[in-house]
Design a protein around this ligand. Sequence first.
Ligand code: SAH
Ligand code: SF4
Length: 348
Amino acid sequence: MQALTELSDRALHDAVVDAGGKPFQSRQIAHWLWHHGADRFDRMTNVPGPLRQKLAHRFAVRTTDVKHVDLASDGTEKLLIGLGDGETVECVIIPDGERTTLCISTQVGCPVACVFCASGMNGVKRNLTTAEIVEQVLVAKGRLTDGRRLTNLVVMGMGEPMLNLDALLPALQRIHDQDGIGMGARRITVSTSGYPRQMERFAAADPSYNLAVSLHAADDALRRQLVPTASHPVRDIVTAAHRYFGQKGREVTYEVVLLDGRNDRPDDAEALVALLGALPCTVNLIPWNPVEELAVARGLRRPASHRVDGFADALRRGGLKVTVRRQRGADRSAACGQLRLRGGDGHP
Ligand code: SAH
Ligand code: SF4
């Protein structure tokens, strides 16, 4: 059964009118869907019962449901979202002082297969639909209590966002739109492992979201060891990112997952300085969050903190702005790169 969240505003209007309702009632229903996050028809209290019933014969309200919640000791919550076809994806709510950030997925699995990431271990099954992407935000908002608001959205969960722009761009539009969820574009960040052509398409979209680029290494040969499917030279990726800055006026963040002895050596820092030192950007260092199978099979290790600090200092001496990402939710495998494709039974 189709869900209301899958309908465009026009299609919702037509469905409401078909069911004997008035155009203003389709706007009321849209308000219930996006603003109040109603997940059942009976929550839509100002919509007449007979109209709700007629719609309920033809439509569900949402396409997804929450199958499981993992609460980590630091307050991070990982939600296992069940999709209509039995697949699942994960999203993560990360409270941090005044901020509450939601990390959402865009694909079931990931085709990029970075050697350090759990999401890409079993390839990709399919793209998420626009409704499945937006619903992760609705579900997360519905779980916030104590007056907490969702302040930031990062598209950094499972999947490569640039390989699903057809669904992601309308989803972001709905998330950002004042008549939708109404989240400011400045609070939304999309992370990509680097697809220059798609980054151009992303740049052409209105409004201006923040862009993060997962670079990991300045040197092409080293990067290809870490991101084996990468077919674009680092130079082209950085050029596309810099063009994004030029068009949007938003500084790009470069993410570097640090792996002990692989890409955290002084030479690696120097190469990053040479590549990025003159650009307006920030480098976000992410000490690797262990994924056991990958640690065993590929001998990967999280670097000791003094190595991370040394790497950060070397970048700073080269004139770069550097942040180091704190690990969140790791005791529930909810940290970056620990989200994975699960079996169809929906349980971890
Ligand atoms: N596919 C996109 C977005 C999802 S991954 C991308 O790669 O950018 C989000 C971030 O988590 C990326 O920077 C990625 O490199 C990082 N990441 C993946 N696996 C990780 C791990 N095990 N530990 C730390 N960071 C990881
Ligand atoms: Fe995919 Fe990003 Fe994981 Fe690489 S790091 S496999 S691009 S989700």
